[in-house]
Design a protein around this ligand. Structure first.
Ligand code: UD1
Length: 346
């Protein structure tokens, strides 16, 4: 029997790529999104990517709208939820913590209540390596201490804790917290990707702004870190590899009798690359120069860290396939496509 899955934040950056992977693997997929950080362009993109024989339904709703979510869960006979909805700007979370506690934690509790009342107890949660805060080591395993240093990270950890408590409560809940390192890239079609028209703070969308002429140059935040070339190093993982891990995690939960231990898995590739290496890889991929200037370190930034991804690879029989070059090439294809269709909000 085909399993019906609801993806919250279904037309956002992560949700849209997860949706495509689920549909390709034969799941019956339903998306919910409130357009807070997404556009109908992503939904069109998903529909263009999937084969004509397949379909996906879309509901414009807040996940905090319990009645509406209950209605979708019942009408579509949903068996599992992949929960990607949430606000994700670290800087904004520092300025507006209540917004983050409300939209991330409050809405998640509403979603979980709606699920419980409809007997839906399988959930994959979009978490973040941000839960580790300032890491003590460089290769971070799931056993590393969790000590988030900003409201955004704290909301992620709070939701993880709620899910862990639900699993411990003796009820039927089976959940998995997927801690993303640095998702990058776009679907190979160039039809869906990470928005860069809305004041991005992450490296890849900012590079898209430079490449498409929306920004004069890239500020490289610091060249005096204790790294090979002095610039910050991160563990970038292709968004399609990340999306595939969600499908594997879902299969894992569907087949397991109890909630799994560990309840959290790191999604990264297990090595870091520097800002200058990303710039060079982009320049090679698109045959354009990326003008940049070295600035002081960004407050709160960490020099270098990457995932110890062995638990995800072992438990999910999953290995990331795509390279940094793939991330740059696919991002560039998406940037060219979407630059011609999006409205500039800057
Ligand atoms: C950021 C978030 C993190 C989130 C992750 C998702 C912060 C403090 N952390 O992490 O919570 O989970 O994104 O991808 O915002 N860089 C530049 N110039 C720029 C932008 C970035 O040099 O204009 C550098 C940064 O200093 C860093 C690297 O690029 O070394 C990656 O930065 P970014 O994409 O913002 O990710 P993180 O800081 O790792």
């Amino acid at each position: 029997m085909v399993t019906s899955v609801l993806v919250t934040g279904g037309i956002g950056y992560v949700g849209s790529h997860v949706a495509v992977e689920l549909i390709e693997k034969g799941f019956d997929v339903h998306l919910v999104d409130n357009f807070s950080n997404s556009s109908v362009q992503q939904l069109d993109g998903i529909r263009q990517i999937i084969s004509p024989s397949k379909s996906v339904s879309f509901y414009e709703a807040n996940i905090g709208d319990t009645e509406k979510i209950q209605k979708i869960l019942r009408e579509q006979n949903i068996k599992a939820v992949i929960h990607c909805a949430g606000d994700k700007s670290v800087a904004e979370s520092v300025l507006m913590p209540l917004k983050y506690y409300d939209n991330n934690v409050g809405s998640s509790i509403s979603l979980f209540k709606a699920m419980e009342s409809c007997g839906v107890s399988i959930l994959i949660f979009s978490s973040s390596a941000t839960v580790y805060g300032i890491p003590k080591g460089i290769a971070i395993s799931e056993q590393a201490q969790t000590a988030p240093v900003n409201p955004y990270g704290k909301t992620k950890l709070t939701i993880e804790n709620i899910l862990n408590d639900l699993c411990r409560s003796g009820s039927k809940w089976k959940t998995m917290n997927l801690r993303y390192f640095n998702p990058a890239g776009a679907h190979v079609s160039g039809l869906i990707g990470d928005r860069f028209d809305n004041h991005p703070s992450n490296l890849f969308p900012i590079i898209c702004q430079v490449l498409t002429g929306k920004r004069e140059n890239l500020s490289v935040y610091g060249n005096n870190y204790d790294t090979a070339d002095g610039t910050g190093e991160r563990d970038y993982i292709h968004i399609c590899d990340l999306a595939k891990a969600h499908v594997e995690a879902l299969q894992f939960l569907l087949q397991s009798h109890n909630s799994p231990i560990p309840g959290a898995l790191n999604l990264g590739i297990g090595k870091s690359v520097s800002v200058l290496e990303v710039i060079r890889a982009f320049e090679d991929s698109c045959n354009l120069q990326i003008p940049y200037k070295i600035e002081t370190q960004r407050p709160g930034d960490i020099g270098k860290y990457f995932a110890d991804p062995r638990a995800a690879q072992k438990n999910l029989s999953w290995t990331p396939q795509k390279s940094l070059k793939d991330m740059c090439r696919d991002t560039w294809r998406w940037a060219q496509n979407s630059a011609s269709t999006t409205v500039d909000e800057n």
